[in-house]
Design a protein around this ligand. Structure first.
Ligand code: CAA
Length: 382
């Protein structure tokens, strides 16, 4: 049964916020250990969060993109590593399966992305192909009834926890004028022979979120692994990223909100020169600016999500939200550390983690530079 049936988007987010408050010291312990306890996915499944974006006909909640953005903000305010795991699983991976999967593919994979046994992974980036996604080299070739997959996918979020990887691979040769032609999306079971998951990357932030390379060496899959049409994978990836970028905007907003809340509380209680530091304009005004930016970022993200819910184009708006929210989060977390002074630089204080976690949001799912490119294309004639 849908535990959220009849609830408003805000009520849904409030329920998740209530659950996230109970995470308590687990967050710091998991970040220190650099891994996420798998039981957390079971809890998220019980809450319905993993299947939020999946329609009810496929066993999900069928919640709106607005609701999902609000929920991701709550998760990120509590634990940014968890928010990115959910964003990739439910935004890009489940979202791509919902939009492009056959009934058989949806029946096979969606339950495993919703039941808490794991979270899905998305494989576009390669060691030599990042912003220029169409230059990817991983390949797929036909061999009788099978496809043979080869390549290395880099920086894959959730790789260790994922039942499957939606991997973008090239079928045939690229042409100079259409480098993305031939790129095809495959659903690769990660327990298939020939799949190797690398050792987890050691990162600046988001320490409990898994980031690993995935190598495919002569991995054999059937035709039922092709997601969408052969040669149409690049558009699937781009559409998946459009949705994913709203999720990263929401994640950045949650991180910034959490850091600013801590900074406000600390500024009110910390006394220097005989009074709370919140009395000083040089503390008050920067907080006012960053709070204003935070609200603006949230409105941009909710606009993009609302457009998506209306079935209207939202590519440029998702990039605007991701660009603005991720850069506002840098300023907000920088300020939070500054307000805390020496304490803010110490591991025991959550603002230190927020500053490290926020950094990734201007990079993954398209750097700020790529967001500007996408925005420019959406507002200017080619
Ligand atoms: N939706 C659907 N289709 C789209 C699209 C969109 N938003 N954007 C482009 N396309 C289609 C185009 O219509 C075109 O299709 P046809 O010519 O076949 O009709 C095709 O895709 C190629 O489009 P472009 O010529 O615009 O492509 P491009 O090579 O110039 O690159 C880009 C576009 C925006 C720079 C793109 O390469 C890009 O987004 N790069 C950044 C990659 C990225 O974000 N990587 C993140 C990795 S995933 C990650 O980080 C997840 C994680 O784990 C956290």
């Amino acid at each position: 049964m849908n535990p959220y049936a009849g609830r408003t988007e805000r009520e849904l987010a409030a329920a998740v916020a209530g659950w996230a408050k109970g995470l308590g010291p687990l967050v710091a312990t998991a970040e220190e250990a650099g891994t996420m306890p798998r039981e957390i996915f079971v809890e998220l499944a019980r809450l319905g969060v993993l299947g939020m974006t999946v329609p009810e006909r496929d066993g999900g909640l069928g919640a709106s993109a607005v609701a999902f953005a609000l929920v991701l903000e709550e998760l990120a305010a509590a634990w940014a590593s968890l928010a990115v795991a959910v964003s990739v699983n439910s935004g890009i991976v489940a979202g791509s399966l919902v939009r492009h999967g056959t009934p058989e593919q949806r029946a096979r994979w969606l339950p495993r992305l919703m039941d808490g046994s794991g979270v899905g992974a998305f494989g576009l980036t390669e060691p030599a192909s990042g912003s220029d996604a169409a230059s990817l080299r991983g390949s797929a070739r036909r061999d009788g009834d099978c496809w043979v997959l080869d390549g290395t996918k880099a920086f894959i979020t959730n790789a260790r926890y994922a039942p499957c990887l939606v991997a973008l691979l090239r079928v045939g040769e690229a042409t100079a004028d259409r480098p993305h032609a031939g790129i095809t999306a495959f659903i690769v079971p990660l327990d298939a022979k020939g799949v190797t998951i690398g050792t987890p990357e050691r990162k600046l932030g988001l320490l409990a979120s898994d980031t690993s390379a995935v190598t495919l060496e002569a991995v054999r899959v059937g035709n039922d692994a092709v997601l969408g049409q052969v040669g149409k994978g690049f558009a699937i990836a781009m559409a998946g990223l459009d949705a994913g970028r709203i999720g990263i905007a929401a994640q950045a907003i949650g991180i910034a909100r959490g850091a600013l809340a801590l900074a406000r509380a600390y500024a009110t209680e910390r006394r220097q020169f005989g009074r709370p530091i919140a009395d000083f304009q040089m503390i008050r005004f920067p907080i006012a600016r960053r709070e204003t930016e935070l609200d603006a970022a949230r409105l941009l993200a909710l606009r993009a999500a609302w457009l998506r819910d209306q079935g209207r184009p939202f590519t440029g708006e998702a990039s605007m939200a991701k660009l603005y929210a991720s850069e506002a989060a840098q300023r907000a977390t920088h300020l939070a550390v500054q307000v805390f002074g020496g304490y803010g630089y110490m591991r025991e204080y959550a603002v230190e983690r927020a500053a490290r976690d926020a950094r990734a949001t201007t990079i993954y799912e398209g750097t700020s530079e790529i967001q500007r490119l996408v925005i420019a294309r959406s507002v200017l004639a080619a």
